[in-house]
Design a protein around this ligand. Structure first.
Ligand SMILES: C[S@@+](CC[C@H](N)C(=O)[O-])C[C@H]1O[C@@H](n2cnc3c(N)ncnc32)[C@H](O)[C@@H]1O
Length: 348
């Protein structure tokens, strides 16, 4: 273990070096910078999650994704319903062996395993998150049904072997890949012929035009605030599924549904919009006073050496993320829920 490696899996200089992957001014952003992030995607993404995971858990729970809301629906119910919806669209059946690509700390895997009665393997390249996922899953008594492995999802076939899963899903994770063809191609390989892949993808919608400076800046802020090497277009994701050999059975940008309560409302920090009394606490955490408390608290924890150096700076980028996500949602230039259900063809 290097001097920089903490026993919980976090790596100090990775966290500390995170923001250096971006120039602060998007207009000075160079091709070299972009290539550097894509080439170093492992350090970019791990630096981000080593720093941000505990704040994610504090603000969001153990499922690190967005969801649609019915009026009056509680925050955690809505997260679970989004997971159930994916499982239902994929038609998961009891006993299936399922891979969760980029599984976070395992919230969706535990929920979907229970909902659909399937066995899930979660893969995640972040050691800190893998350790936490295992701990929470054991505590929930699901450790026989849901297991976790540390690994880069760009090498799935090498890690698991070809044709080894009945189904694969990815929730808001494959946007971290250096290329969509690369990650979808790996998923295609590990699926059995006839197997299904379901994904909620993060992308810029086709209304996004990088030659417009404000659009370019929005993508840049989404990248730095969320540990994403490069934001890409929805139409490029669609092409990538087809290029690697998937047959698309269903696709829909769920952010286009006319929901009265938008998916980004929890980030607006507007207490009047809380859907249930308990959700007041959750919404407060993203209000200006809630953020002040979190960020001052983190600064203090870092000074006391209770979180690794650089954690505070990574978490400062979460403020950028929150504002950019709300703006991306309001302008519909961005979606975190492009749903695609596609199938690996049966062998001839
Ligand atoms: C926004 S989080 C979503 C986590 C989880 N799907 C959920 O909804 O709770 C993205 C996840 O992708 C993982 N990830 C990113 N790049 C990865 C890679 N190259 N290999 C494996 N996991 C990766 C991150 O570590 C993180 O756990």
């Amino acid at each position: 273990m290097s001097a920089n490696q903490h026993s919980d899996g976090r790596v100090g200089n990775r966290i500390d070096g995170y923001t250096k992957f971006w120039e602060t001014d998007p207009n000075q952003e160079s091709q070299t910078n972009n290539e550097n992030r894509l080439g170093s995607y492992t350090d970019v993404v791990n630096g981000y999650y080593d720093g941000a995971t505990q704040v994610y858990e504090y603000a969001w729970g153990s499922s690190f994704h967005f969801s649609r809301f019915y009026k009056g629906e509680g925050f955690y119910q809505s997260l679970a319903r989004h997971e159930h919806y994916l499982a239902a669209q994929m038609q998961l059946r009891p006993g299936m062996r399922v891979l969760d690509v980029g599984c976070g700390v395992g919230g969706p895997a535990r929920e979907i395993a229970t909902f659909a009665d399937v066995n899930i393997v979660g893969v995640n390249n972040n050691e800190f998150q893998v350790q936490r996922a295992r701990r929470y899953t054991k505590r929930a008594g699901l450790d026989k049904q849901v297991t976790f492995v540390k690994g880069d999802f760009m090498n799935l076939a090498e890690q698991f072997g070809e044709n080894s899963f009945d189904a694969v899903y990815a929730i808001e994770a494959t946007c971290h890949a250096p290329s969509w063809e690369g990650i979808y191609g790996e998923i295609q390989k590990v699926l059995k012929p006839g197997g299904v892949f379901g994904v909620y993808e993060w992308c810029m919608t086709d209304a996004w035009n990088p030659s417009i400076p404000s659009h370019k800046e929005l993508a840049h802020l989404l990248e730095i605030g969320n540990g994403i090497p490069e934001m890409r277009l929805l139409s490029d994701a669609r092409k990538a599924f087809v290029n690697v050999g998937f047959k698309i059975e269903h696709e829909e940008d769920l952010a286009e549904r006319p929901d009265e309560v938008p998916w980004y409302y929890p980030l607006e920090g507007d207490l009047r919009k809380a859907q249930t009394p308990w959700d007041l606490v959750m919404v407060w955490r993203t209000s200006w006073s809630g953020k002040l408390v979190t960020h001052t608290g983190l600064r203090l924890l870092e000074m006391l050496g209770l979180v690794p150096k650089g954690t505070w700076e990574v978490c400062e980028t979460l403020k950028i993320a929150g504002d950019a996500l709300v703006k991306g949602g309001q302008t519909k230039l961005f979606t975190p829920m492009y749903l695609v259900i596609c199938r690996k063809p049966l062998e001839e």
